[in-house]
Design a protein around this ligand. Structure first.
Ligand SMILES: NC(=O)c1ccc[n+]([C@@H]2O[C@H](COP(=O)([O-])OP(=O)(O)OC[C@H]3O[C@@H](n4cnc5c(N)ncnc54)[C@H](O)[C@@H]3O)[C@@H](O)[C@H]2O)c1
Length: 268
């Protein structure tokens, strides 16, 4: 798509599965080296299957077959020690981080008055605080390098209300606010910050939610899809293509804005 990405380095959270993995592979095809950061274990909440160490290893192999290097790293976006170790490894190996894709996230249904405090905290800690925890360790490098791109994976839930997803929506609206504020703070350092807002994406997250809700993955997709253009699912590769464009010089005027992949949902 664009060759100004060759030899860049991308730090991707939640890289083992779904959108993170598809994006790692799409960037690898453009010649980008990857730090694939993922918790690589399943958590009691939300309870569906998250990434595994095997997923990370197989991603690293696929990236090398595309001619780039990929460092797999098992770590939690809620743990500063894990983040600092991964960033230090990245700097040792690649000397820089040009692109941060804040993508790690969980989702779970629940009415606001029935959520436990723990469920609220886990959702906000991973989806919102986690993005800040990672960014605050990478921004100083980008400032030193005089440039970079940060892409936050929000959701259509970061631009509208969602039934039984208020804690998820709160975390995703939070990412929209971080994006707009960081874009202002970081513009003097030539760092662009963008959020992306997919509707239901065909990933293990939706398979997991479907199982917990007693629905098929297709039914879960239909709950959130826009369908104006008869696309029941956004595929992980659709998100990956958007990230490649937004990370590249072809989108050099784009910062502080919200890139929506919703098949028309928000137009209704
Ligand atoms: N699937 C959808 O319908 C959809 C729609 C819009 C936005 N999103 C957002 O896109 C992002 C990616 O979702 P996905 O659909 O690929 O889901 P997924 O469950 O397939 O992948 C998420 C990855 O994040 C990792 N992860 C979870 N908690 C982590 C933590 N604490 N630290 C590090 N890694 C962690 C998981 O192990 C997993 O590999 C999420 O932020 C999600 O909220 C998803």
């Amino acid at each position: 798509m664009s060759n100004d990405l060759t030899d860049k380095t991308a730090f991707i959270t939640g890289a083992a599965h779904g959108q993170g993995r598809a994006t790692a592979l799409a960037l690898a095809r453009e010649g980008v080296n990857i730090i694939a950061f993922d918790i690589a274990e399943t958590l009691q909440y939300p309870g569906y299957k998250l990434g595994t160490p095997k997923d990370l290893e197989s991603l690293a192999k696929e990236c090398s077959s595309l001619g780039v290097r990929c460092l797999p790293f098992a770590g939690d976006v809620r743990k500063d020690d894990d983040i600092v170790k991964a960033v230090d490894r990245a700097v040792q190996e690649f000397g820089k981080i040009d692109i941060l894709f804040n993508n790690a996230g969980i989702c779970a249904y629940g009415l606001a008055h029935e959520l436990t405090e723990n469920e609220w905290d886990v959702m906000l800690d991973i989806n919102l605080k986690g993005a800040w925890m990672v960014a605050r360790r990478i921004i100083p490098l980008m400032i030193k390098q005089r440039g970079g791109v940060i892409i936050n994976n929000s959701s259509v839930a970061g631009l509208r209300g969602m039934n039984r997803l208020s804690h998820y929506a709160a975390s995703k609206w939070g990412l929209t606010g971080l994006t707009k504020s960081w874009a202002i703070e970081l513009a003097p350092h030539n760092i662009r910050v963008i959020s992306i807002h997919p509707t239901g994406v065909n990933t293990p997250m939706n398979d997991g939610l479907a199982e917990l809700e007693g629905l098929t993955p297709k039914e879960i997709g239909e709950k959130s899809a826009g369908n104006l253009i008869n696309v029941p699912w956004v595929e992980p590769e659709d998100v990956a293509n958007a990230v490649v464009f937004l990370a590249s010089g072809k989108s050099r005027f784009v910062t502080g804005s919200q890139f929506v992949l919703d098949a028309g949902l928000l137009s209704k």
